[in-house]
Design a protein around this ligand. Structure first.
Ligand SMILES: *[C@@H]1O[C@H](CO)[C@@H](O)[C@H](O)[C@H]1NC(C)=O
Ligand SMILES: *[C@@H]1O[C@H](CO)[C@@H](O)[C@H](O)[C@H]1NC(C)=O
Length: 343
């Protein structure tokens, strides 16, 4: 009886219409839910596979096997600046100087930073300035880079050959420049060009941080030396006999009080210049007997971006590495929207 009434019902065109209506509503509700979820997470980024400092040199790994790589770089050595801002830092006396190593031909990355977090020159009452750090390029880019430097006054170019395996030289040249050009500044930071930097959170942390012998970032302790010849940061026992690295701050972004550059340079005369930039700074810090400081909160310095992130993600970090610097404008917009909400 019931069955027959159902089957009768099913044939009823009104019931069929109602059922379609129900399906439609369900579909709309689900669609709306998906949309809300996507817009609240704002940016969906793939996990970055490598988390160490990158400068978009894809082709220079030490893993090719056929060529025997050099594990050490030519430092200390007298390098010279071909493009410089000799007086700017002294005159502006910023509280924080942000240094961004970048390949000479990567103008896009520099512009992305200039148009996003690089615009933040006064934060919580503190002056912040940034400089891009370049080596010499193989290609003749001289005119373009010169023009860019005259336009923005934020380019520093030294005369060593710019390459991934020379990043240690770049870092040491950065310390040289900071120790001789910024006598009135409190902190320096090294940050990679593919990193989102939350300047506000950074300054907020620094205003209460020690002014001396201070370095923090994503501090890694007890990292194993990679002995697999196929790995990107392979080191044979002959080059580096210890099995673990000393504590070091990962190259994506670390910050330090400006009494340290001079001390690190002194140490570098006694520590052989390993090509792995962040590890080398860690080795110099150990030589000095200066302990790295953990950040006040875990997760402030992110080495990657998770696939799904909450809307408050960008307002809660100090650094987050992006898959590439094109993402920066997108992330910046998202950050700006949420910076004014109660994240
Ligand atoms: C990578 O390196 C090889 C050998 O040095 C070179 O022939 C090749 O052109 C390079 N590829 C790119 C994309 O630079
Ligand atoms: C590093 O820079 C030095 C000085 O310019 C240069 O002689 C050397 O070839 C460079 N090394 C690499 C791996 O690019």
């Amino acid at each position: 009886m019931l069955e027959s009434s159902i089957s009768k019902c099913e044939k009823n065109p009104w019931t069929r219409a109602r059922r379609w209506f129900c399906f439609l509503m369900l579909f709309l509700i689900l669609g709306t839910l998906v949309l809300i979820f996507y817009s609240s997470s704002q940016v969906l980024l793939p996990l970055r596979t490598s988390s160490r400092s990158s400068q978009s040199y894809d082709n220079v790994t030490a893993s090719s096997g056929s060529i025997s790589p050099d594990y050490f770089v030519a430092y200390p050595h007298q390098y010279h600046f071909i493009l410089d801002e000799p007086k700017r830092c002294r005159e502006e006396s910023p509280f924080l100087v942000v240094m961004i190593p970048v390949a000479p031909d990567n103008r896009e990355a520099r512009d992305a930073i200039r148009n996003t977090w690089g615009k933040e020159t006064k934060v919580l009452g503190q002056v912040v300035s940034h400089y891009f750090l370049l080596g010499r390029s193989k290609e003749p880019l001289k005119e373009q880079v010169l023009q860019e430097s005259q336009e923005h006054h934020d380019v520093l170019q030294s005369d060593f050959l710019d390459s991934y395996n020379n990043l240690t030289i770049k870092t040491m040249v950065m310390f040289e420049w900071l120790s001789s050009h910024c006598p009135n500044s409190a902190y320096g930071m090294k940050v990679d060009a593919d990193v989102f930097l939350n300047v506000r959170n950074l300054i907020d942390m620094l205003v209460t941080a020690p002014r001396r012998l201070y370095m923090t970032g994503r501090v890694t302790k007890g990292a194993r030396v990679l002995r697999d010849p196929n790995s990107k940061w392979f080191l044979p026992v002959s080059a580096f006999p210890e099995s673990r690295y000393p504590p070091y701050a990962m190259g994506l972004g670390y910050v330090f009080s400006l009494d340290l550059p001079e001390k690190i340079l002194e140490a570098s005369a006694h520590v052989k210049a390993l090509y792995i930039e962040d590890v080398y700074v860690g080795l110099c810090m150990r030589h000095l007997g200066v302990t790295l400081t953990d950040p006040p909160r875990w997760g402030l310095f992110k080495a990657s971006v998770s696939y799904f992130i909450s809307s408050c993600y960008w307002t809660s970090v100090i650094t987050a590495i992006l898959p590439n610097s094109d993402q920066l404008l997108h992330v910046w917009r998202s950050y700006q929207i949420h910076a004014h909400t109660d994240c």
